[in-house]
Ligand binder design. Structure first.
Ligand code: NAD
Length: 270
């Protein structure tokens, strides 16, 4: 079903790695809702070639950019503006990567060099993207930027490791840059805090199966799927949410406000 809520809008989608990616599902939904898209990912991810299938389906060019490289980002925005014949209306930042998790380093013995890279890729990259768009005046008035985050920014989930700190920083950049972009151009910037979801990035978290089952039992509506998340993001890109900015929006079936559930009590009584 489509209501064409993004008809006439143009956007850049970061982070579609394969068909499980939240960004992949979001590109499909935005296309269905009438948007024109540019897809981007790190050159190493593009070499997998999967993204070309998506590009064909949503009729979008693919422009490579390592999100930690300012020259790549400048080229991405310049080429996108040329492609669209003007500015963009929305940007999805769907990027996350933890070097310490990848290298099996416990939080208490993290490598600080890895940590700097993690924070750059997963959090300061949002600043880099917004700064590039700001310098080129690439986002139209009332444009909407969404980045994806996780509740480990507010509460401790031990195996989420350094990504908890990265998400806290990402949410802070969202508020801080959101203020300036709002004042200057009415551009809004928000994070969506998504349920655990079976994707490449998600499955990198230690004990993910236990984690996702626990969240399912702790959410009155159950875990939100990647498709549900894509729908929410499309709504945030639409004019229906134009006065929402600098927020962290929980999209988690009620998990964030649930203390305990009947299911979990029943498990504990076994
Ligand atoms: N899957 C979950 O459980 C879950 C829950 C909440 C939030 N999130 C967040 O959702 C976002 C998307 O993750 P996903 O679950 O769809 O996994 P995913 O692995 O499909 O997507 C992560 C993307 O980040 C990209 N990326 C990594 N380094 C990059 C770089 N240097 N430059 C450009 N792109 C780079 C990868 O290529 C990949 O496309 C992430 O921010 C993640 O933290 C995921």
């Amino acid at each position: 079903m489509s209501n064409q809520i993004l008809k006439g809008k143009k956007g850049i989608i970061f982070g579609a790695l394969d068909e499980k990616s939240i960004a992949w599902k979001t590109a499909l939904r935005c296309h269905k809702e009438g948007a024109q898209l540019v897809l981007t990912n790190a050159p190493v991810a593009l070499r997998m070639g999967e993204i070309n299938k998506l590009a064909e389906e949503v009729q979008a060019p693919v422009i490579g950019a390592d999100v930690t490289n300012m020259d790549d980002l400048k080229k991405l925005f310049e080429e996108s503006m040329k492609h669209f014949g003007g500015g963009v209306d929305f940007v999805l930042h769907s990027i996350g990567m933890s070097l310490n998790v990848r290298k099996g380093k416990h939080y208490t013995e993290m490598d600080y060099g890895f940590n700097q890279k993690t924070l750059d890729i997963s959090a300061m990259s949002l600043h880099r993207v917004l700064r590039t768009a700001w310098d080129l005046d690439a986002i139209n008035d009332w444009g909407s930027v969404v980045a994806l985050t996780y509740i480990a920014a507010q509460r401790v989930f031990p195996d989420y490791n350094e990504m908890a700190d990265a998400k806290a920083l990402l949410e802070s950049v969202t508020r801080s840059f959101g203020y300036h972009y709002g004042v200057r151009k009415k551009v809004r910037v928000n994070t969506i805090s998504q349920s655990p979801t079976r994707t490449t990035a998600g499955s990198g978290v230690k004990g993910f199966d236990g984690f996702i089952n626990y969240a399912e039992k702790m959410s009155p509506l159950g875990n939100a799927s990647a498709e549900d998340c894509a729908n929410y993001i499309a709504m945030m890109f639409s004019d229906m949410s134009r006065m929402v900015t600098m927020q962290n929006l929980f999209h988690d079936g009620g998990f964030s406000y649930t203390g305990v559930t009947g299911d979990v009590i029943a498990q504990m009584e076994k």
